[in-house]
Design a binder for this molecule. Sequence first.
Ligand code: 4AD
Ligand code: MG
Length: 464
Amino acid sequence: MNQVRIREIHTGRQPLGECRVSGWVRTHRQSKNVSFIELTDGSSMRGLQLVIDPSLSSYAAVAARISTGCALSVKGNLQQSPAKGQCFELHVQELQLVGEADPEKYPLQKKGHSLEFLRELLHLRPRSNTIGAVTRIRSAAAMAVHRFFQDRGFVYLHTPIITTADCEGAGEMFKVTTLDAANLPLVEGKPDYSQDFFGAEAGLTVSGQLEAESYACALSNVYTFGPTFRAENSNTTRHLAEFWMIEPEMAFCDLQGDMEVAQAFLVAIIKEILERCGEELEFLEQREWSDKKLVATLSSVVASRFEVMDYKEAVAVLEQSGRSFEFPVRWGMDLQAEHERYLTDEYVKGPLFVINYPKEIKAFYMRLNDDQQSVSAMDLLVPRLGEIIGGSQREERHDVLLQRMREMGLKEEDYWWYLDLRRYGTVPHAGFGLGFERFLMYVTDMHNIRDVIPFPRYPGYARF
Ligand code: 4AD
Ligand code: MG
């Protein structure tokens, strides 16, 4: 007999009649005439109500050992439910206790647990409604990302995870080495990486952008979607040491085109999540930390045009806000979370592109504007979170790029291949990076980035 997933039942795709369902017990209520079990298999927000005659022998033999969290496999007769609020129920004919969960020891009881508590039990928390919902949305969003780019002829590119190129030039790379830390070979007082596994100092990638540029300058439009690592010591609700990033890179594209793709991309994924994950969104919107406007907000974002503001204008808005910020506002500063939140939460009350940042606070590869002061950069800010996308038009002029690299103290010989792209058939090109977890925080209304990735890594923590 076919095993059915509970989602198939609730969507009406499973015909009434005999079927087999397997999953984990949420609740078990016994009485003299009838017993009820709510079973869940993680395919849906909703569980399935099992209706059991207590005299059924396969049930009676194990009833005392059925408790929250134990695994069951049951055969029964699927029927329309007379009870209010639930469409289907399974009248059990045969029940098998597959795996027990000692109620004295099982840490997840049916009452709700705090997210902090669940973070201590990363291996069991997918059984909670909240993490289950977030995980299904994460999966649907990942598919939507691929669909968006594949439908538009972008080529999916796998960029290296181990690399010797520090893309952001920010020195936030984790080192990858097989040298013995207790017995380092040294030259002139420094580790001799020529004796290391790769014969050079290597690390985990902070971004696949530079490699993506090399493929965009051949295949025109490409995108990456992979893990990214940053050894920044940011112990915040928006930073992870290991996160996933989506980085499209487009040849023959300028900053304007870059922003158009970024908006179309976000809108398409949000639309798909609204269509496919309605139950999950409704559930998350009812959590105690939610402002109860999640679905309305996402629906309005899909229908709106994102605002665009020059960095200069953003600074002026902040100066005129009458707010006293912890980090004082002046031209040339990097926007801090508090500034981003004022601009997006309070000033435009929606997503906002800030463009043309001062060159000093942005990466070496961003295209220098004619004013010689700013670069063709764009950050997309959203309410509650601030930056979720960082992107730019790239500097395609060899000599300007070289000059910028020298100003920023980067070694030309480390980037010889990147400069080659400007020597041979160089073209205007642009791209951006969307932090997948930042995006998920936005669409799930989760307030801590550690709750939208299955096994978060952050300073002081890489368990499981
Ligand atoms: O702004 P970032 O550093 O840009 C880049 O890496 C470019 N190479 C992207 C490109 O143009 N191809 O990072 C891009 C995004 C940020 O906007 C943010 O959403 C996310 O990556 N991000 C992080 N997410 C979680 N934890 C961290 N520590 C993050 N750092 C950046
Ligand atoms: Mg950034």
